[in-house]
Design a protein around this ligand. Structure first.
Ligand code: TRP
Length: 445
């Protein structure tokens, strides 16, 4: 019996270039978390979300490249996780529409990001919706689609995103209420133990304060930035305070306990600021330098990155495509000739698709999972259940006769697959939910 898997999912909006604050606050903890046993982890480049904030195509593209390279350089293993680009998953905008139709407009009116814009307009005596795009208004629905498409349980985000997760829950619950239990209700996971890094001026490190230290800039540039961290005017030899020292806090985010304790002592002993900065630079560089090499290599080879993202999209769509098919069916977007085969206008047999002909019907047929029965050299009878692209979902045990194997197949088709079913077990890396979604897709076709 398999223990239930917990799915974590988070999106990274593809604007800007990652800085040390992003690394300490998001990337490093996520890469560590991605290795937890018993979890599935989804990380994606939210480039549709980026379009809401940015209308410069070259910046969107560049930022997608840099952020993808950054996560991989920091150790994310695309084989172990689901790592993909949002705009490679057409099921996301499709689900966005299904959710849009169960979402109250009033709910979206209350979203913080949208309200901040309208409040600002009102305060300035303008029309509340002046310069507000429908994209900004719809932002929470797109985000909900990102999350519920993969039935993610836990969403690691910053505090500013909690409301969006609550809205996603609301949308999922409305959909479940109207169309039957389809979605897991997601929860925000805010990690209080993760440090928010101060920036050069001591305020939170953030692009909007222009106080960041670049993550993968050339070494010399990082050194310069670290040397520009604001300190007080205490001279060498004068004891220094660790409280409120941005330099100390950044050091702490990279150092182990003994190293941190040593710097604390050095502060008390009156270390010169220049020496403290040199220590910080060396400590940060020790962690970042090997990643910078990988980062530079990835950015220099965009074709390889593109291949990684395409493979990630295929893996994600293995889940998304059959699941969305069940959702389409649930809301009534259905094949009009649901049972058996029929004839198209030219008299050819087509799979259940009214009078579709040509490539569309051929595609519809190809896109189905299937059962395959066969006999092994041990003389016993088996079946497999494979997805649309032939990937193994279920492997059966051996049966004495083809009839016994056939009966088990019929039962699975009618009743679905439950955890612990001994007639067939999911392939490595395949969850019960995927199997059930694929069976539902087959049943719905
Ligand atoms: N809106 C998130 C942010 O700006 C990014 C994001 C998009 C996201 N889709 C998501 C985060 C889904 C978590 C889950 O930080």
């Amino acid at each position: 019996m398999s223990t239930p898997v917990v799915r974590f999912l988070t999106g990274i909006t593809t604007t800007g270039t990652p800085h040390l604050g992003n690394y300490v606050g998001a990337i490093r903890p996520a890469v560590r978390a991605s290795r937890r046993p018993g979890t599935e982890n989804f990380y994606f480049l939210a480039d549709y979300h980026a379009l809401i904030k940015c209308d410069e195509p070259a910046r969107i593209q560049r930022s997608t490249l840099e952020i993808a390279a950054c996560w991989l350089a920091a150790g994310l293993d695309p084989e172990q996780v689901f790592f993909y680009r949002q705009s490679d998953i057409p099921e996301i905008p499709e689900l966005t529409w299904l959710l849009t139709c169960v979402t109250g407009k009033g709910l979206l009116n209350r979203a913080h990001a949208y309200k901040a814009s309208t409040d600002k307009n009102l305060a300035a005596g303008r029309d509340p919706d002046a310069d507000v795009t429908a994209g900004l208004f719809m932002y929470p629905v797109l985000m909900a689609a990102d999350i519920v498409l993969f039935n993610a349980h836990r969403i690691p985000v910053g505090r500013d995103q909690i409301q969006h997760i609550e809205m996603a829950r609301d949308m999922a619950a409305s959909f479940n209420h109207l169309y039957g239990e389809r979605f897991v209700l997601p929860e925000a996971a805010v990690d209080e133990s993760v440090a928010t890094l101060p920036g050069l001026d001591g305020r939170k490190m953030s692009k909007s304060y222009d106080n960041t230290i670049a993550l993968f800039a050339p070494r010399e540039q990082v050194r310069k930035q670290i040397f520009s961290i604001v300190t007080d005017s205490r001279a060498p030899g004068e004891p220094k305070e660790v409280e409120g020292s941005a330099l100390f806090q950044i050091y702490e985010a990279f150092a182990d306990q003994a190293e941190t304790q040593a710097l604390r002592q050095a502060y008390a002993d009156g270390i010169a600021w220049a020496d403290a900065k040199q220590l910080l630079f060396e400590r940060v560089d020790r962690e970042i330098a090997p990643m910078r090499e990988r980062y530079d290599a990835l950015v220099a080879d965009p074709a390889q990155l593109e291949r990684i993202l395409q493979a990630g999209a295929a893996k994600a769509r293995n889940r998304a495509t059959p699941f969305l098919a069940t959702l389409r069916h649930a809301v009534g977007l259905r094949n009009l000739a649901p049972t058996g085969t029929t004839h198209d206008a030219t008299g050819n047999l087509v799979g259940g698709g009214a009078s579709m002909k040509g490539s569309a019907s051929a595609k519809a047929k190809v896109a189905l999972p299937a059962f395959k029965q066969y006999r092994e050299s041990d003389g016993r009878h088996y079946f497999k259940f494979v997805d649309a692209s032939g990937g193994l979902l279920l492997q059966s045990a051996g049966f004495d006769s083809p009839q016994d194997a056939g009966k088990a197949v019929a039962r699975l088709k009618q009743q679905g697959w439950q955890d612990g079913d001994t007639a067939a077990t999911p392939a490595a890396g395949v969850t019960g939910e995927t199997v059930r979604a694929a069976l539902a897709l087959l049943a719905a076709s």
